[in-house]
Ligand binder design. Structure first.
Ligand SMILES: *Cc1c(COP(=O)(O)O)cnc(C)c1O
Length: 388
């Protein structure tokens, strides 16, 4: 008998959408032309790539004259923006300041630390106890030395949505470039680059049911950004390298499906998430970080007093339930969840954080099974806990 497995770690990565899989399959052994070639093998992939790009543009409401550049992942997109701005502006010293938050993904935080070693000044804005960001703190931090603000659209741990529209207005008014890491927003909530006045936006395929190893960077019309890769004239010279045709086809389809399912996400996924969250909150000494209405519909960051996160994770895993103690990118060490620490949770509580993240493929049966296992597991671990 195959044992039951329930995947609740969709903020770490997602299943490939079967429609995207089916579409991409024929681009390996049949339609494998280089889209830059002039023969029929090239033109057939070229046409398909154009269509995929249309879905990407529609998905974030970009204008034709804006650029969406395909990258290998959001880590690359984030690195590119920060290092590109270093080459274009920061290294000359007249403007030498970046503003970001304490709760960004390591792809932003580590890159900022790297740039600090090169003499760049970085302000890391704190978030409040409920995980939210106060835009007036940003406004106060901007000086005439500030070149770039980089603030994520939604946090990967708490699911908290940041006030991107307000931040965009502040940045425009202060004449500062604005980048957002929108990895955890795409497919969960509407993302509109026109409404929000962002200049750069990073996204990652595998967080919205496209394959791993592909992502993108939106760049507002004709903003200069020194490329990371120099070479041929691919992507209008902004990122050289032969296009990954099957993955771009899948990325386009995944974006199309994500856009089509936004209502489903807002209603059905949210409803299942709330069902699980309500059940957890019935248990004494269980806390959920951040107000529901301020979170993307799929995420719960829960703290269970007396239960060490890592122990909980392994106990759940025994019963086939997959969640996380926090960012998959930082979970190898046993440090307290950095986002929990940033929002001011005490050390004990920060060690008890469990992140649960659903997708549109999560079923009610899976959630009901998860509720049962969570209850048993918390009871068992508390019964052997020395601190509870
Ligand atoms: C997963 C994630 C990334 C990294 O995306 P990759 O495509 O895996 O490099 C960046 N930012 C956030 C917020 C993420 O959740």
């Amino acid at each position: 008998m195959e044992s039951k497995r329930v995947y609740l770690d969709n903020n770490a990565t997602t299943m490939l959408d079967p429609n995207a899989k089916e579409l991409m399959d024929s681009y390996f052994c049949q339609k494998y032309g280089n889209p830059n070639s002039l023969h029929s093998f090239g033109t057939e992939t070229h046409t398909a790539i154009r269509e995929a790009f249309n879905y990407l543009y529609e998905g974030i409401n970009a204008k034709d004259e804006d650029d969406i550049i395909i990258t290998s992942c959001a880590t690359e997109s984030n690195n590119w923006v920060l290092k590109g701005i270093y080459f274009d502006i920061l290294r000359f010293g007249e403007k030498n300041h970046i503003i970001t938050t304490q709760v960004e993904h390591p792809a932003i935080l580590s890159t900022c630390r790297f740039l600090e070693n090169l003499g760049v000044e970085v302000t890391y804005l704190p978030v409040g106890e409920n995980g939210t960001l106060d835009p007036s703190k940003l406004e106060a931090a901007i000086t005439d030395k500030t070149a770039l603000v980089s603030i994520m659209w939604a946090n990967n741990e708490t699911g908290i949505i940041f006030p991107i529209e307000e931040i965009g207005i502040i940045c425009k008014r202060k004449n500062v470039l604005f980048h957002t890491d929108a990895v955890q927003a795409i497919g969960k909530i509407p993302v509109d680059v026109q409404k929000t006045q962002v200049d750069f936006l990073s996204f990652s395929g595998h967080k919205f049911h496209a394959p791993k190893g592909i992502g993108g960077l939106y760049i507002r019309k004709s903003i200069k950004l020194t490329p990371l890769f120099h070479g041929g004239e691919h992507m209008s010279g902004r990122r050289s390298g032969t296009l990954n045709v099957p993955y771009i086809i899948a990325l386009g389809e995944a974006m199309r499906q994500a856009t089509l399912h936004l209502d489903f996400e807002r209603n059905n996924v949210r409803c299942l998430r709330n069902r699980l969250e309500d059940a957890l909150l019935e248990i004494p000494d269980v806390f959920v970080i951040g107000e529901r209405s301020l979170r993307v519909p799929n995420t719960i960051l829960v703290s269970i007093r007396g239960v060490e996160g890592e122990a909980m994770l392994w106990d759940l895993n025994k019963y086939g339930i997959a969640c996380s103690t926090g960012s998959a990118c930082a979970s190898e060490d046993l440090e307290a969840n950095p986002v929990m620490s940033a929002i001011g949770a005490d050390k004990e509580l920060a060690h008890t954080a469990i992140r649960i993240s659903l997708s549109r493929f999560t079923t009610k049966e899976e959630i009901d099974y998860a509720i049962e296992i969570f209850k048993k597991s918390i009871e068992r671990l508390r019964s052997i806990s020395s601190s509870y």
